[in-house]
Ligand binder design. Structure first.
Ligand code: IPM
Ligand code: MN
Length: 344
């Protein structure tokens, strides 16, 4: 009997081939130990059924040990506001995957746009509330009196738990934590976040916490990324900073993520940071390394640290040999096969 049951949601566009590549790597490192079930939930599924996933989709996923998602969205077919709010975002919220972890560092042989290689950043993004709470509405639509309101919601529970998570990660790494807000302009939610940061820091005297404003931190990520280690930020700020993180690590083809439920009372979800990339989806050139790295994070979460480490070593060998380092140069399966060969 296999040890782990994984729900696969390849989704749309390049989500499908990168999920295949990632699962081939998982099978290689843990042969016969991972059973997968694939769910066709996607924009095409929406066009057929009128829903991004069935009514009981969340309940179906709940029994799995983890969810692996490729990418969701195809704005020409279905507006993003429908596809993301019908699948990805409800999974993050329903399973209380409040910590979205995204590592930003260069794989061997990847140059990146900065002339530096010595950075290793871990972004911790709040993943269930804040600017993504979905509280708002529109009135007088399509008139000159139109009003749109969207309110960020920051709860003490939500802010305390993500900050504690950040402090814990910092404690396991360099002992330095950067907490990111915009409290000079946003005087309620962000001042609250800063205050809670100070409160929680009393529980972690061994962690040195620095508080940054998002604009200054964005500049620092480019000018002095080596001065940063663990970063903790709200949902939207973390979203933006992690595309910047992806850029400095060579592009979205390398950026991995884990949506973690630290309580482990529901499955966590693993997905590359990139989207479905409709513009290149038919070319077969999507870099599967972001998905493969995300799969390594999944195995780590499941307690298979050794297997995860083997995948990371194989990824570094692959890029050191030049596979996947230049966007579009190698086909998805060539890069995937190079990782498999490095594991052999
Ligand atoms: C990400 C993505 C999503 C997000 C989108 C697709 C809703 O950009 O995972 O970073 O904003 O969380
Ligand atoms: Mn994003």
């Amino acid at each position: 009997m296999s040890k782990y049951r994984i729900a696969l949601i390849p989704g749309d566009g390049i989500g499908i081939p990168v999920t295949d590549a990632a699962m081939a790597v998982v099978e290689k490192v843990l042969p016969g130990q991972v059973e997968t079930e694939t769910f066709p939930w996607s924009c095409d599924y929406y066009l057929e059924t009128g829903k991004m996933m069935p009514e009981d989709g969340i309940e179906t996923l709940r029994s799995f040990d983890a969810v692996f998602l490729g990418a969701v969205g195809w704005p020409e077919k279905v507006p993003d506001s429908i596809s993301l709010h019908g699948l990805l975002l409800p999974i993050r919220k329903s399973f209380v995957q409040f910590a979205n972890i995204r590592p930003h560092r260069l794989l061997d042989g990847v140059e990146g746009p900065l002339r530096k290689t010595d950075f290793d950043i871990l972004c911790i993004r709040e993943n269930t509330e804040g600017e993504y709470s979905g509280a708002g509405g529109r009135v007088h639509q399509r008139t000159s009196d139109e009003v749109a309101v969207e309110t960020s919601i920051f709860t003490r529970t939500g802010v305390e738990r993500i900050l504690r998570f950040g402090f814990e990660q910092a404690r396991q790494r360099s002992g330095c934590l950067a907490s990111v807000t915009k409290s000079n302009a946003q005087k309620y939610s962000m001042v609250f976040w800063d205050e809670v940061t100070q409160e929680i820091s009393a529980e972690y005297p061994d962690v040195e916490v620095s508080q940054y404003h998002i604009d200054a931190l964005a500049a620092r990520m480019v000018m002095a990324p080596e001065s940063l280690d663990v970063i903790v930020a709200s949902n939207l700020f973390g979203d933006i900073l992690t595309d910047l993180g992806a850029a400095i690590q060579g592009g979205l083809g390398f950026a991995a993520s884990a949506n973690i439920n630290p309580e482990r009372n529901a499955p966590s979800m693993f997905e590359p940071v990139h989207g479905s990339a409709p513009d290149i989806a038919h070319l077969g050139i999507a870099n599967p390394l972001a998905a493969i790295w995300s799969a390594a994070m999944m195995l780590e979460h499941l307690g298979e640290a050794e297997a995860a480490g083997r995948i990371r070593t194989a990824m570094n060998k692959t890029t050191a040999q030049g596979f996947g380092t230049v966007a579009g140069k190698h086909k998805t399966d060539v890069i995937g096969n190079a990782v498999l060969a490095a594991l052999a």
